[in-house]
Design a protein around this ligand. Structure first.
Ligand code: C2O
Ligand code: CU
Length: 482
């Protein structure tokens, strides 16, 4: 499958001479709707049901919900400094919105229905406009009825190209996701009480870019940058690239889009919504392959194969080089206030008192979930309850620095995500932490993890578990920065 790369083109000329086409073909046909050069990139994202084959025949094509003709799509690519104007067109039969996961943008563009914008009704349009301040591999998805919509494929990649930095011979997007399909290709239940109250409901078939164990062509002897996304709603994965001739495997060069000194990809579990940018050297001989494998489960699971094609690129010895450093505001740790955040099951939780809830004028009852299995600081706020606004978990003073002490009081993993900010990940009482930046951190059972922000971005920002069923059933709240 997939096209051949012209291995002689440099990364820069690839981008100029059709980076859009490259990006689209690299993910197996997702279309890029970008237009306009210069500093503004415009895209239109029509969210609707589209049939797409996930399972081989004789199964039927599956009723996905996507932002482009095919999952995963589109890949929106910006250069750092470019502005994005994205128009959501709601072709669904329910209201929706787009959340730009990982982008430090202004609160009004954050795409959380009821909290930061009225939901966009069927047939309506909503325009988002922002200039991402950071380069990196980001993505976007809805923020209501997410368990079904993301379960059916409603997500796309937003890539912000850094300025300068090492050149790559290929730049791939790998969107890793399971699907909850029966053998005929029909979707099964996306959630169950049993799953939601434990580790979550797992899909039945694993894919990369919507394909079961695809063969992804890479330029022979090329330095390949692969942007690995966990866009599953539930599954934690731990990836390896096996079979490299350099012996070095793959190297992590960014976490959630944020550069860090290169380190081997040999044990960095990724919860839902987490991303890793990795680099590896493709085999010299055309036809030779590498394997992308998930080793998180007892039985390692092959996900995809990278196959060398074309005339070998004339690269010298492989050395992973760092991306230009991120520019995340540095928290002032000496003067930071510690904010405890406890993630628990509802045995110890209470539902918000009705009197504390603010009713919003544009409320409706779509995707209301009555179930509350989880809590943050002993309060439950199910996703479907977006239209009834509880008080913030905490209010932070704009400009000050804060350390969140994230305490997992449960026996399950929780990928904890903050909107509008990027954490500086500091320390854990369970393991040695590699200092890095991330918008989503994976809490291990019983772990206490310390992360920090400088509260420079005012607004109401969601703070939740990214196992969607946990978010749906109470492990969600927001912080206010004012
Ligand atoms: Cu990726 Cu609040 O979400
Ligand atoms: Cu969770």
């Amino acid at each position: 499958m997939l096209n051949r790369f012209d291995a002689r083109l440099s990364r820069r000329s690839l981008l100029r001479a059709g980076g859009a086409a490259l990006a689209a073909s690299a993910v197996g046909g997702g279309s890029l709707a970008a237009s306009g050069g210069g500093d503004l990139v415009e895209v239109e994202l029509l969210a609707k049901q589209r049939m797409q084959r996930i399972l081989p025949e004789p199964a039927n094509a599956s009723p996905l919900v996507t932002y482009a003709e095919r999952f995963p799509g589109p890949v929106i690519r910006l250069r750092k400094g470019q502005r994005l104007r994205a128009t959501l067109v709601n072709g669904l039969t329910e209201h929706t919105s787009i959340h730009w996961h990982g982008i430090r943008l202004s609160n009004a563009e954050d795409g959380v229905p009821f909290l930061t914008q009225p939901p966009t009704k069927p047939g309506e349009r909503h325009v988002y406009e922002f200039t991402p301040p950071d380069s990196g591999s980001f993505f976007f998805h809805p923020h209501c009825n997410t368990v079904e919509l993301l379960g059916r494929g409603l997500a796309g990649a937003l890539i912000v190209e850094e300025e300068g930095g090492p050149a790559f011979d290929a730049d791939l997007v790998c969107m890793i996701k399971d699907w909850q399909l029966d053998k005929n290709g029909a979707f099964g239940a996306f959630t169950s009480d049993r799953g939601a109250s434990r580790a979550g409901t797992f899909g039945s078939v694993s894919t990369v870019n919507g394909l079961i164990e695809p063969v992804i062509d890479v330029p022979a002897n090329g330095d390949v940058r692969a942007r690995l996304y966990n866009v599953d709603s539930t599954r934690v994965i731990d990836l390896r690239v096996e079979g490299t001739e350099s012996g070095g495997g793959a190297w992590i060069i960014a976490v959630d889009g944020n550069p860090l000194p290169p380190r081997p990809l040999d044990g960095w579990p990724m919860g839902p919504a987490m991303r890793l940018d990795v680099i590896f050297r493709a085999p010299k001989d055309p036809g030779k392959t590498l394997r992308l494998t998930n080793v998180y489960s007892a039985q390692p699971k092959p996900l995809a194969v990278f196959r060398s094609v074309g005339t070998a690129v004339s690269n010298k010895r492989f050395t992973p080089r760092a991306l230009p450093a991120a520019n995340i505001p540095q928290p002032d740790l000496k003067n930071a206030t510690v904010v405890p955040m406890a993630f628990s099951a509802t045995a110890v939780a209470q539902i918000f008192d009705d009197a504390l809830l603010t009713s919003l004028p544009f409320a409706d009852s779509l995707c209301l979930s009555e179930k509350t299995f989880w809590a943050i600081n002993q309060k439950s706020w199910p996703e479907g309850g977006h239209e009834r606004l509880p008080p913030p978990i905490t209010t932070l003073e704009k400009g000050r620095s804060y350390v969140f002490e994230l305490a997992n009081l449960t026996p399950h993993l929780h990928p904890i995500h903050i909107h509008g900010y990027t954490f500086s990940v500091l320390s854990s009482d369970l393991r040695k932490v590699v200092p890095h930046h991330a918008d989503t951190v994976l809490l291990e059972p019983k772990e206490r993890l310390r992360v920090s922000i400088k509260a420079d971005n005012p607004g109401d920002w969601m703070f939740h578990c990214h196992i969607i069923e946990h978010q749906d059933t109470g492990m969600m709240g927001y912080i206010r920065v004012a």
